[in-house]
Design a protein around this ligand. Structure first.
Ligand code: PGA
Length: 252
């Protein structure tokens, strides 16, 4: 059975409150067929609340995610944001382990695993990102790298029902270079087989695995048409309603 696609917009450090709200409102009134796809947007921490309010006002069908989270409950962690703060601002998801968090902010697999466990225990759903660098791909270590990130990120997590994995080759993020649909499909299949091994066939079968890295309206249909690609995590092309809708409506 094909899983319900999830199209997620990772706004990164873009859009102020007013433009985030305006974009959310445009998406809410665009006639998206929510019966056949799930849609999510991830604004910056400061804009979760106004965007979540706009989405509620617009019918409540679009989910809101944070782009990161800290694993402690509260305390002297200047600059950090907890799961309960994210929830109280109106988000029900968080992205974790994005390659920009790993590369620029030095997040380790161990940090990410703590965050994944905390988010899930607090009732947030998680998009766990994994992806190889160009160097790792050229060295023939792409699959090994990605599976290690997935395995370590999910260590101790028994129930995957609130987990989505996003495969995002680092060399394809924001570069205009996309993995070919066949290469992406091969990686997604490897991830699914691995999850079957470390958890169960049933968990692997129902796990949604998104592709991310320069997804555009022009390539979304081909990528999302692959058996093991269950959605997209979209950066740059999620910042403009027309482009993001072109991906959301990939089969229309
Ligand atoms: P991009 O970013 O679509 O701009 O390549 C994807 C991501 O980093 O999630």
């Amino acid at each position: 059975m094909k899983r319900k696609p999830l199209i997620a917009g990772n706004w990164k450090m873009n859009l102020d409150a007013a433009s985030g709200v305006a974009l959310a409102e445009e998406l809410c009134s665009a006639g998206i067929d929510f019966a056949s796809r799930d849609v999510l947007v991830a604004p910056s921490f400061t804009n979760i609340y106004p965007v979540a309010e706009a989405v509620k006002e617009g019918g409540g069908k679009i989910a809101v995610a944070a782009q990161n989270m800290y694993f402690e409950d509260s305390g002297a962690f200047t600059g950090e944001v907890s799961a309960s703060m994210i929830k109280s601002a109106g988000a029900s998801w968080t992205i974790l382990g994005h390659s920009e968090r790993r590369a620029i902010f030095g997040e380790t697999d161990a940090d990410i695993n703590k965050k994944v466990k905390k988010a899930l225990s607090e009732g947030l759903s998680v998009i766990l990102c994994a992806g190889e660098t160009l160097w790792e791909r050229e060295a023939g270590a792409a699959v090994e790298t990605v599976l290690a990130q997935v395995g370590k990120g999910l260590e101790g997590v028994k129930d995957l029902k609130n987990v989505v994995v996003a495969y995002e080759p680092v060399w394809a993020i924001g570069t205009g270079r996309t993995a070919s649909a066949a290469d992406a499909e091969a990686m997604h299949k490897a991830i699914r087989n691995y999850v079957a091994e470390i958890r169960s066939a049933a968990a692997a079968e129902s796990l949604r695995i998104l592709y991310g890295g320069s997804v555009k309206p022009e390539n979304a249909g081909e990528l999302l048409g692959m058996d093991n690609i269950d959605g997209a995590l979209v950066g740059g092309a999620s910042l403009k309603a027309a482009q993001f809708l072109g991906i959301i409506n990939f089969d229309k």
